[in-house]
Design a protein around this ligand. Structure first.
Ligand code: PMP
Length: 452
């Protein structure tokens, strides 16, 4: 499947990229993007004949891998029939995608508002909550990522927010549960749960419950470290929202559509939010698509009053055809079940075993195809392998770890002092084992930077 190397073609792609592409999240003069020649299943390759096993699923979106034949065929078929059409019309692929999504989202989240990606979904969830409640403040957690547009970046609780901090008023941050580095100095999950809920309630009371439109939370915070909340936490947040008339928004842009071994991460906790945002896995990112699943009560608010929001490409027929084919393939091939078994039978035990052998691994946590390894200098003190938000020389140990993985044919997901193991949900057992062996070797490089 890997074509003949063609370094000349690669050099041309790279030259045009360097001359004209302004890359996101980057200092343009300091980056050296790999020229990618192709991708299939769990692999991609460059023009020099190097092939990489993708433990990142792109940006955690290729839940069914690259170039799934049924989805590629569905996009081609839709392009032949109706490539595009404006959002105000009823279109087959759009109505079918909405039906398939609504049937899988929890509870009564039966109406689907389509967007082109995750951040726009968050923007619209916030707008719906504000209009529904007549309130303006929105609360979200530190150590979260909600997108790079106006309200979404303000809600985000990581350093990418800092330069845009004041763009929209009324955002209040609070600490969510994170036992490994507990903001509440807890020693058990139960303590962490109780203290995090008490902290959230205190924050609500002091902000003024009647001023708060929404609490926006990632069901399992992804980018910030895949921190599965302790049992009872999300049910506790649900109860606080009910008590104070606050709209509960769960952001499942990363955790949704099979990633955790269930259709939605909320299914692990038996909670139903009022609004659920999704993107990425809905069609494995083959064509940009996201959206908000809306409860019956909030949908009713807009039954006779117009909803003031929409995008030219909302519910694009091509993207929706890709979603229909993706969801159907996930169902037919039991890809959600595959993710669950990948976590319980392969990744969970193998990563725990790596943690035993490598002093640089402080903690392993996750579920399904959604895992994080927290790398530390010292297991006792839990000092991170690199300081928070490190760059340049300070980040050298993580850079060395990443380079070692790539040398062994593994493309790793790296964020601060963590590597996330987030392969396609349908990665084969042999591929997963190949990736784990490369990870094992790369961790040896990380171990060299420990001090214990
Ligand atoms: N919410 C979450 C939980 C995410 O992980 C992301 C993207 N990583 C977003 C929102 C933003 O999605 P997009 O980049 O498609 O706008």
């Amino acid at each position: 499947m890997t074509p003949q190397p063609n370094p000349q073609a690669g050099a041309a792609v790279k030259a045009a990229d360097r001359a004209h592409v302004f890359h996101s999240w980057s200092a343009q003069g300091l980056i050296d993007p790999l020229a990618v020649a192709g991708a299939e299943g769990s692999y991609f390759w460059d023009y020099d004949g190097n092939r990489y096993l993708d433990f990142t699923s792109g940006l955690v979106f290729t839940n069914i891998g690259y170039q799934h034949p049924k989805v590629v065929a569905a996009i081609q078929e839709q392009a032949g029939k109706m490539t595009t059409f404006a959002p105000a019309f009823a279109v087959e692929s759009r109505s079918e995608a909405a039906r398939l999504i609504a049937e899988r989202t929890p509870g009564d989240l039966d109406k689907i508002f389509f967007t082109n990606g995750g951040a726009e979904a968050v923007e619209n969830a916030v707008r719906m909550a504000r209009l529904h409640t007549g309130r303006t403040k929105v609360m979200s957690a530190y150590r979260s990522y909600h997108g790079a547009t106006s309200a979404a970046i303000n809600l985000t609780g990581d350093p990418r927010r800092w330069p845009s901090d004041t763009a929209s008023a009324g955002v209040v941050h609070f600490w969510g549960p994170y036992l490994y580095r507990s903001p509440f100095h807890s020693e058990t999950e139960q303590q962490e749960c109780e203290r995090a809920l008490q902290h959230l309630e205190d924050t609500i009371v002091f902000e003024g419950p009647a001023t708060i439109a929404a609490i926006v939370l990632e069901t399992i915070p992804g980018t910030a470290g895949i921190m599965t909340p302790p049992p009872g936490y999300l049910a506790g947040v649900r109860a606080l929202c009910d008590r104070h008339g606050i709209v509960f928004v769960l952001d499942e842009v990363m955790a949704g559509f099979g990633r955790t071994g269930k259709w939605f991460a909320a299914d692990h906790f038996d909670v139903t939010p009022d609004l659920l945002t999704f993107a990425k896995g809905v069609n494995s990112g083959y064509v940009p698509l996201g959206g908000v699943a809306i409860s019956a009560e909030i949908a009713e608010t807009f039954a006779t009053r117009p909803y003031p929001g929409g995008l030219t490409y909302s519910g694009h027929p091509l993207a929706c055809a890709a979603a229909v084919a993706t969801i159907t393939a996930m169902e037919d091939e039991d890809i959600v079940g595959q993710a669950a078994r990948l976590g319980s039978d392969i990744l969970g035990p193998a990563l725990a075993e790596l943690a035993e052998r490598h002093p640089s691994v402080g903690e392993v946590r996750g579920t399904g195809a959604f895992w994080a390894l927290e790398l530390v200098r010292n297991r006792e003190t839990r000092e991170p392998l690199v300081p928070y938000n490190a760059s340049g020389e300070a980040n050298a140990p993580m850079a060395a770890f990443g380079a070692a993985a790539k040398k062994n044919g593994l493309w790793p997901f790296i964020n601060m002092n963590r590597t996330h193991v987030v392969p396609p949900c349908n990665i084969t057992e042999a591929e997963a084992k190949e990736g784990l062996a490369a990870l094992d070797e790369a961790l040896t490089v990380a171990d060299e930077h420990t001090a214990q």
